[in-house]
Write a protein that binds this ligand. Structure first.
Ligand SMILES: NC(=O)c1ccc[n+]([C@@H]2O[C@H](COP(=O)([O-])OP(=O)(O)OC[C@H]3O[C@@H](n4cnc5c(N)ncnc54)[C@H](OP(=O)(O)O)[C@@H]3O)[C@@H](O)[C@H]2O)c1
Length: 337
């Protein structure tokens, strides 16, 4: 008999997430009914939005209820099937939750079937070629398309979405400036990912460095952070600049709403568009382009992989202390054979 382990939300975290905010519950995996498939979860995607889902702030999906298995994106393998949609052996991606097994039903929330033998490692399928990469692609293709010769500034640039956004900016012919915490991440952006310049927002003179790195102003801002970082970038924008407002991670651990003054958006007549990758109408196009760019070496994918379902609450905190590069993942299952 297969045993499932689930991390269920016990109480809403205050500040950083604690292991004690969750119960680890074991139960046997029920037998499948017609129209169902059993997915073994292999990797969980550690996303800033997990932190938001744990709160009861107004948000784009219902908050995770107390006692409910934590919502989370991930990748898994279909290990048994009585479904018309999912066959045994399929690799799938979607909202698997913080658990070892999940049952997919033909009528329920769909999982995306991934192409077999794509030649791309599983962690990269969940990172640069998955939801993170698609977020970057959508933002710079449809929300705030960047043109050759324009200056693109990306914040949280050494992270999962930001690192792909900056590299897509280079593919599109833009001058790309990344903002990241610490000299090592800034070196990585320039030397390994091919950014034109990088600004360490933890250095004292970072606003001057931002001005020096953007002599012609900023045409497009791919914004992942908010707070002081976003305010400084908006000041550097040209008239009519475009902002793809992807995320505001600087505020995710705080119970209060950040008191940001966005009057600069009016002064500069900026076009700002918030967006959710979940809404993107052309995920297949994004997946195909991203996979090709990774295979061709035009996008360098990097993942930081940790182990163990029980560690999910603590590993998630690495998104907020700057201690990872690229996509942060948790390996929760190992395939047999
Ligand atoms: N709109 C959508 O559909 C969508 C989809 C996916 C993600 N997102 C958003 O995209 C952003 C990045 O997500 P990700 O998954 O790619 O995470 P990530 O960039 O891999 O990790 C988060 C990074 O943010 C930086 N950071 C954390 N707190 C910060 C602060 N107070 N000030 C400045 N930088 C801070 C850290 O890098 P440093 O070391 O540089 O500080 C950290 O590594 C998030 O805001 C997320 O909510 C939006």
């Amino acid at each position: 008999m297969l045993i499932n382990r689930q991390l269920r939300l016990k109480k809403r975290p205050e500040g950083l997430v604690q292991r004690e905010d969750f119960d680890l519950v074991e139960s046997s995996v029920p037998a499948l009914s017609d129209g169902q498939a059993l997915i073994q979860v292999l990797y969980l995607s550690m996303d800033p939005t997990n932190r938001v889902w744990m709160t009861d702030k107004p948000q784009y999906m219902p908050p995770v209820a107390i006692g409910e298995t934590m919502r989370g994106l991930g990748l898994g393998r279909v290990v048994a099937s009585r479904s018309k949609k999912y066959a045994e052996g399929d690799l799938v991606q979607g909202l698997v939750g913080w658990q070892n097994y999940v049952i997919a039903s033909d009528e329920g929330t769909p999982f995306t079937r991934l192409p077999a033998q794509s030649g791309i490692p599983l962690p990269t399928l969940l990172g640069a070629c998955g939801f993170s990469g698609m977020t970057a692609y959508y933002g710079l293709t449809d929300i705030a398309p960047v043109q050759p010769g324009e200056t693109l500034v990306v914040s949280a640039a050494a992270g999962s979405v930001g690192s792909v956004a900056g590299q897509i900016g280079k593919i599109r012919g833009a001058r790309v400036v990344g903002i990241a915490g610490g000299p090592e991440k800034c070196r990585y952006l320039i030397d390994e990912l091919g950014f034109d310049a990088a600004v360490d927002y933890k250095a004292d003179d970072w606003k001057n460095e931002l001005a020096k790195a953007t002599p012609d102003g900023v045409h497009v801002n791919f914004e992942n952070v908010g707070g002081p970082v976003m305010r400084a970038v908006l000041q550097r924008m040209v008239l009519g600049g475009r902002v793809a407002l992807c995320g505001l991670i600087a505020g995710y651990n705080s119970a209060e709403k950040p008191a940001d003054d966005y009057s600069i958006i009016i002064v500069k007549r900026l076009i700002v568009r918030g967006f959710l990758a979940f809404d993107y109408a052309e995920p297949e196009r994004a997946a195909r382009d991203l996979a090709n760019w990774v295979r061709e070496g035009r996008i360098k994918a990097e993942e930081t992989v940790e182990d163990g379902l029980e560690n999910a609450p603590v590993v998630l905190n690495r998104l907020f202390d700057g201690s990872h590069r690229g996509k942060l993942l948790l390996r929760v299952g190992v395939e047999e054979g």
